[in-house]
Design a binder for this molecule. Sequence first.
Ligand code: FAD
Length: 487
Amino acid sequence: TKVVHWFRGKDLRMQDNTALHHASDLAQSSNVPLICVYIYWPSEESWHGTSPARVDFMIEGIKILHKELKAQNIPLVFLNADKREDYVSVFEKFVQEHDVSHVFANYEYEVDELRRDIKFVNDMSDKVHVQIFHDQTVVEPGTMTTGAGKPMKVFTPYHRAWLSLIKSEPELLDTHPAPKANPQSFTKNLKPLFDTAAPKPSKDKLFASDEDKKRIRKMWPPGNAAAAKRMKSFLSQIEDYAATRSNPAKNSTSRLSAYFAAGMYSPREALSELRKYNKGSADFSEGSAEKGVYAWVREIVFRELYRQTTMCTPHTVMNLPQNLKFDFVEWEDDEEGWEKWYKGTTGEPFIDAGMRQLNTEAYMHNRLRMNVSSYLYCNLLLDYRRGERYFAETLIDWDLSNNTQGWEPGYTVFNPVSQAERNDPDGDYIRKWVPELKDVKGKAIFAPYARLSKEEFEKLGYPKPHVDWKETKARAMERFKRDMKDA
Ligand code: FAD
């Protein structure tokens, strides 16, 4: 018999992988081989709109994993499923053909993924033993409940409860060891399994040019070792995180999101490194930990809560807003505005800078994500789901829970001029991404059309604002009120 670990797209690492660790333990104690399987379903990428940057990042990461596992004499078998419906049956066939006794995997919390697991467990329960583990978060989604026993949805109480749980149960941050090697005596038996080919992206998921591919790969080297290195370097500057995290020109955040999203690095790995930095203490609360440490853990807690939200309010991953009233809003059909938004030519420097960073780096600073999303569904009054999809199609760190929660519509309309003045006070971020404005002096950089003379403005070759911010803010508020009144 054999024990199988089934890799999904969110746990692509050997280190601190909960299900893989338990699979390895069982294989070792029963003296049977451990094999790993990854099922590649190219149309899944189109289904979710996954960006070429993320597909490439994952495939390159899987190749690294393949090598690391091989060094442990553990095969990583690639199975292909052409159609969505085949996904489970392809794996079931493999399990039966290869005399597999146990299948281990880590949970994915999205609805379709949970349904897939239910089908698999139902179909296979009399043939193999299936065990699925919580792995994506430090605290299991669904376990943080209100006094009434309902899963918490509100950040502040969740954050407070999370910090106190980690303080009292610091072992939650302990990491699992990587799997042990299969004994050499198994090699002959496993040989054919070592030979399957790593997946290739479908044609529409290839980078537009080799230059794009090179640039992105250099910026985002895949794999657990690259992530650990990034964490180490981030720790050397975490002191400044609280003060500078909202200034996109400072570039002071960890840029670990792509690694967390693909599971190339786990939050336990990150937080156990942070615990060392925090003098061995798992008390990350305000006042006890350094400001930067407290502020960074707070972001990790958002990520944790958003997985709980996905699991407990599944409509949020089925194209519906958390606040269902927003589904009644009549959105505008401003195609020109849409094109200007995604190309970064709206005439609002902060918005354009953000979108151009996204289109170049497959990444955007969080402050800009907040601004460009608000601009899209409040000022352009375009359906927020179009922006959500564009992010999925472009970001290297696309993560369904973080993206849907990030795009959750609300009533706050960000003012891109005052946001830029506060968060990019020297205009350096705008100058970097909007070169038409690089020579604009002083505060005019934040609103060149309003603050320069007509003549000076026309020389720049930069568009004037597509919409009037104040008027469109008022329009959005009226529209939301009108359409949600009876909802
Ligand atoms: P750091 O500041 O170093 O934070 C550390 C980690 O905490 C991040 O890597 C991330 O995993 C988590 N985190 C940080 N901010 C948030 C947040 N606001 N919500 C949830 N988790 C957070 N994040 C994604 O990972 N994928 C997405 O697809 C995504 N889409 C977003 C869309 C919108 C409209 C908004 C407003 C936010 C979105 N975010 C998304 C959250 C956030 O912008 C990114 O996680 C962050 O910018 C990543 O940079 P970093 O790794 O340097 O973050």
